[in-house]
Design a protein around this ligand. Structure first.
Ligand code: RP5
Length: 162
């Protein structure tokens, strides 16, 4: 069987999302998962978004992580244009603390799913772990790296609080 090299595509609606979304990159680097990072806005660069989503499959992207704040339609719009799994990261918005982003991303009507993680930095970290977890079904190297990461995390938790 031909070995497929898996790649995660990280996108975000604005440069201002990067302080959160860079944690996706950090985790993927630790797990040695290939990735690319781009700014793609559903409302400011709709044509870029369309091109990005339509070309993702031919570019061998396995999972898309899309971070958006405000009226966070980006992950849902991308998911509507590709069959590749999309994980949405609700960015913590200034006015509503990300609750608006969370609801926009999570409450997709039936037919087009978006996997949704927690608001903000925890969500960004979990989105990458989730992407690696999907890829680990098909890639032994990533499976080993993810298992090692989890076992290190378990070992780091002390039995007593002091
Ligand atoms: C969304 O609007 C972005 O995802 C960002 O979270 C939010 C605010 O964008 P900026 O005004 O900071 O560029 O498009």
């Amino acid at each position: 069987m031909k070995k497929i090299s898996h790649k995660v595509s990280i996108v975000m609606g604005s440069k201002s999302d990067y302080s959160t979304m860079k944690l996706c990159e950090k985790v993927l680097r630790i797990l040695k998962v290939n990735f690319e990072t781009n700014i793609v806005s559903a409302h400011r660069t709709p044509e870029r978004m369309f091109k990005f989503a339509k070309s993702a499959e031919n570019r061998n992207i396995s999972v898309i992580i899309a971070g958006a704040g405000g009226s966070a339609h980006l992950p849902g719009m991308i998911a509507s244009l590709t069959r590749i799994p999309v994980i949405g990261v609700p960015i913590e918005s200034k006015k509503l603390k990300g609750l608006d982003s969370l609801l926009s991303i999570a409450q997709m009507p039936k037919g087009i799913p978006v996997g949704t993680v927690a608001i903000g930095k925890d969500g960004a970290i979990n989105a990458s772990l989730f992407a690696a977890s999907i890829i680990s079904n098909f890639d032994n190297k990533i499976r080993n790296n993810l298992n090692k990461w989890r076992s290190k995390q378990s070992k780091s938790v002390k039995k007593k609080p002091k």
